[in-house]
Design a protein around this ligand. Structure first.
Ligand code: COS
Length: 380
């Protein structure tokens, strides 16, 4: 059920204020310290951001996808690392549980996820299993009332903060049908977390290795049946891809606004940059592409809310929006000229930040494969 329009508008207005007044002034500090300040995390908890997508009966806001992408658009207007603080709780870290969890599993974990008391992570990728996610080698071997979990997960967002992981591990033979999903509390024996990786951008959002060494996971922590893990992961990613596409649109809108402000102020040859048609062409191309991506995201979210399949559309939204924001960021650097290359202006930071969108939650090439597969399957 959507929120009533007034409540939702008030939520969006509060988020817009929070982004403008609290988060944007902290962008440089977060990039330098590679950490989002604890007081910001606390404010995010108070605003209910960790539970945006969690059903109301478990203490979340229960937003529809249409509403969630509107929130994601707003968070695109600042350093993407801020959204990552609650991003895994709202998306890939919780949705396997929401989609496939038992009543008991949901009752145990969802209220704490929704409140932000705990952080969750999604552990699919491995050193040898990136795009080919059906080839995961982490093993879960049944031993009475537990599975013994062993293996290494790589590039796991928020792993160093997480109390609960959704882990995809092999319980059967090779391929997608041999994979199962588990809820793995971080305090079980044999769980160890690597140091946060040094990254090209998105400082403040951490990714780490997660190691499991004979970790005893109770049978009751399996999500769904044995062999259903890959499909659960794919359904979680379908949803996550649409959310990321919305963030891309938000960042593009921010970059366009920054570029227009700079082009209106900066004078060369006796007039503002914005008066030059070659600069206008860059602004026009960026605006057109951002509008197209926005329309695709909103329409796909609406379609998802009706219960129709959106595998193709979510992949197309992620593909187009992430490539689009890369081009928009590149033009923004160009419009800023030398200043675009200098750290003080923040444009080069966003340029580096957006590079990740074409890689995580499925590379552009994986989205192309999904789009082509679905289009051919549907007969065009
Ligand atoms: N929803 C539900 N089920 C899905 C699905 C989806 N979106 N995508 C695939 N499946 C099902 C298939 O229907 C198939 O089931 P059946 O055999 O019962 O018909 C099963 O899952 C295997 O699918 P498929 O054969 O397409 O698997 P592949 O190994 O070829 O993998 C890709 C498909 C490449 C698309 C998948 O591995 C992928 O998305 N990789 C990228 C992973 C990723 O995004 N990683 C980022 C890490 S998280 S930040």
């Amino acid at each position: 059920m959507p929120l009533d329009p007034e409540t939702f508008d008030a939520l969006i207005a509060a988020i817009r204020r929070f982004v403008a007044e609290r988060l944007r002034p902290l962008e440089e500090r977060v990039a330098e310290e590679d950490e989002v300040p604890e007081e910001i995390v606390r404010e995010m908890r108070e605003m209910g951001l960790f539970g945006l997508s969690i059903p109301e009966e478990f203490g979340g806001l229960g937003l529809t996808m249409g509403e969630e992408v509107r929130v994601a658009l707003e968070f695109g207007r600042t350093t993407p690392a801020f959204r990552s603080v609650f991003g895994t709780n709202v998306g890939i870290g919780s949705q396997g549980l929401v989609m496939a969890g038992s009543d008991a599993q949901k009752a145990e974990w969802l209220p704490r996820i929704a409140s932000g008391e705990i952080v969750t992570s999604f552990a699919l990728t491995e050193p040898g299993a990136g795009s080919d996610s059906a080839s995961v080698q982490t093993r879960a071997v049944r031993d009475g009332e537990v599975y013994k979990l062993s293996g290494t997960k790589r590039f796991i967002t928020n792993a160093d903060k997480a109390s609960l992981f959704t882990v995809m591990a092999r319980t059967g033979g090779e391929g997608a049908h041999g994979v199962s999903a588990f809820l793995v509390p971080a305090d079980l024996p044999g769980v160890s977390i690597g140091k946060p990786e040094k990254k090209m951008g998105q400082q403040g959002a951490h990714v780490c290795d997660v190691n499991f060494d004979e970790t005893p996971v109770p049978v009751g922590n399996r999500l769904g049946e044995e062999g259903e893990g890959f499909k659960i992961a794919m359904r979680v990613l379908d949803r996550g891809r649409l959310h990321i596409a919305a963030v891309c649109v938000g960042v593009a809108e921010r970059l366009i606004a920054d570029a227009v402000a700079y082009a209106s102020e900066r004078k060369q040859f006796g007039k503002a940059l914005a008066d030059f048609q070659l600069v206008q062409a860059m602004i026009a191309d960026s605006k057109t592409e951002a509008l197209a991506a926005r329309a695709l995201v909103l329409e796909t979210a609406e379609r998802k809310d009706t219960g129709e399949p959106t595998v193709l559309e979510a992949a197309a939204a992620k593909y187009f929006a992430s490539e689009m924001v890369g081009r928009v960021a590149d033009r923004a650097v160009q419009i800023f000229g030398g200043a675009g290359y200098i750290a003080d202006y923040g444009i080069e930071r966003l340029y580096r930040d957006v590079r990740l969108f074409r890689i995580y939650e499925g590379t552009s090439q994986i989205q192309q494969l999904v789009i082509a597969r679905e289009t051919i399957r549907n007969g065009g």
